[in-house]
Design a protein around this ligand. Structure first.
Ligand code: TYM
Length: 493
């Protein structure tokens, strides 16, 4: 019997606080429940969807599901029972992934990030598919030589893993020339999550070490066109998010933040028009998957995200200069916009922007999806209290630990799938301490609870400090950062 809507709702409740049908590990019970679905779960039941994607991804690898503890299992909520038909006489091998519509290749675009495997996105494959370059030792050495500083740990640990034309930017720096930085945020929610901080932290480091101007685009127009939000709401969220961005600590004399709704016009809009005239519907259809039913705002929007890459869009900063090179730090989901930009730039007499791409800060439930603001239980928000952080990590962060303490001590935890360990790689700055934790956890000396306690301390401090700085951002600060002004840009000869 296929699963009914009522049963789906029961399961959705169950997977709100449980990762699997029983216990803390995947089992035959999950596989058997998966088989009871004849189609994908309803879109609105996000916990059930997450579980389904996660279990279906195992089947891709012909994963051997361990036996379940019982073969007479059911999940009951509010008196409604979902019977799980665990049949241990069946071959104990995963069903063919083709039985379900699971993603066969990683999906990475500005609106969807979904890994085909539970180990997360295959970033090497993505570099091949997108045609970018790996950030390798040689590039890191150049960073160190030119800045006189150890590269940021996001670079050293491969969190920023891919680039386009970074050597060209470093050649310029070597020749004593300047470039500018460009990044952005689509303000769709009041609370940004910690994943959103990643490109901003990297951008701040780059601004500090290279002492260059920075433009930050708030795409309130994009969010209006894509989301079910009112125009005024998106515009208001842009100003709310600007406070979080200012709290990251960008140099106020060298940073210009703008809302598209309020800023687009003049020289910026002239460049938008030039891009629009040189990119066809067929091209954006191919890059972004638009079709005849997409609203026409979406079809023209990529031109708006493209043009901050061109210095002539900001005459008050660059005095009308057309050729100041641009470097864009972002997660790799934004790359399609800049593939289009790099394609059209030379035809307009502009420089192609350079990019550095980050991996995704994973959802609490595991690396197969990115942290996303639309799934509350997958995210740690910059507005979360110390207590909420502790609860979320303890309750939801997917663990690579073993079922029992004895087994954990004997076999050790698996850092490759452990979300708390992954988060430490992003936020524990001390390399030796991180290495020590890796060693202790994977040898079984350290338990999951102890690993989580380390992470909770770090996140509580990171977010607490952020909240303190954000509290001190005044209306005047916003006005200053968001007013078009020169930013002391002096081109060296
Ligand atoms: P938005 O608001 O979706 O995301 C803002 C920035 O955060 C990155 N990001 C992440 N990084 C790591 N882990 C995650 N889980 C994660 N989720 C999001 C995004 O890649 C982005 O860098 N259209 C853009 C706004 C934009 C922009 C830009 C971004 C306009 N111009 C130039 C980067 C560069 C957007 O909606 O981003």
């Amino acid at each position: 019997m296929p699963i009914t809507r009522k049963e789906e709702e029961v399961l959705n409740e169950h997977f709100l606080i449980n990762s699997y049908v029983e216990g803390f590990t995947v089992s035959q019970a999950d596989l058997c429940l998966l088989k009871q679905f004849t189609s994908l779960p309803s879109q609105d039941l996000i916990n059930l969807q997450r579980w389904h994607r996660h279990i279906a991804s195992f089947t891709e690898e012909k994963f051997i599901f361990p036996d379940s503890k019982s073969n007479n299992l059911s999940i009951i909520q509010n008196g409604i029972k979902v019977q799980i038909m665990v049949n241990t006489s069946e071959e104990n091998v995963a069903i063919d992934g083709n039985d379900f519509k699971v993603v066969e290749d990683d999906v990475v675009d500005p609106w969807n990030v979904q890994a085909a495997s539970n180990k997360g996105i295959d970033y090497d494959k993505l570099i091949d598919r997108f045609g970018s370059s790996r950030i390798d030792e040689a590039l890191l050495e150049r960073f160190e030589k030119l800045t006189g500083q150890k590269p940021h740990h996001f670079l050293r640990r491969g969190i920023f893993f891919s680039h386009r034309d970074m050597h060209r930017v470093l050649n310029l720096v070597e020749a004593g020339k300047k470039f500018f930085l460009y990044t952005g945020r689509g303000p769709s929610s009041e609370a940004m999550h910690v994943g959103h901080l990643i490109p901003f932290i990297m951008t701040k480091w780059l601004q500090d070490v290279f002492d260059v101007p920075l433009v930050i685009q708030l795409t309130d127009d994009e969010k209006y066109l894509w989301k079910d939000l009112k125009l005024e709401q998106c515009n208001k969220l842009a100003y709310e998010n600007a406070k979080d961005i200012i709290a990251v600590g960008f140099d106020r004399n060298k940073t210009f933040i703008f809302s598209d709704i309020d800023f687009v016009g003049g020289a910026f809009y002239k460049n938008v028009l030039m891009v629009q005239k040189h990119v066809t519907f067929n091209q954006v259809k191919g890059i972004f998957g638009f079709d005849e039913s997409s609203n026409i705002g979406k079809i023209m929007f990529p031109a708006i995200q493209a043009v901050p890459s061109f210095s002539s869009s900001f005459p008050f900063i660059f005095g009308g200069k057309k050729d100041v090179p641009c470097l864009i730090p972002c997660a790799i989901d934004q790359d399609p916009y800049f593939r289009m930009t790099r394609d059209v730039a030379p035809r307009l007499g502009f420089q192609k922007p350079a990019l550095i791409h980050s991996t995704f800060f994973p959802a609490l439930q595991g690396a197969s999806s990115k942290m996303s603001a639309s799934d509350e239980n997958s995210s740690i928000f910059l507005t979360d209290t110390a207590n909420q952080i502790k609860k979320k990590i303890n309750k939801y962060a997917f663990s690579g630990g073993r079922d029992t303490i004895e087994e954990h001590r004997e076999k050790g935890g698996d850092c490759e799938v452990d979300v708390s360990y992954m988060y430490l790689q992003f936020f524990m700055e001390d390399d030796d301490k991180l290495e020590n934790i890796h060693q202790q956890y994977s040898s079984g000396q350290m338990l999951t609870g102890e690993l989580k306690a380390e992470l909770i301390k770090i996140l509580q401090k990171l977010i607490g400090d952020h909240q303190e700085r954000r509290k001190n951002v005044t209306d005047n600060d916003i006005k200053e950062y968001m007013s078009p002004r020169p930013l002391n840009f002096i081109e060296s000869k």
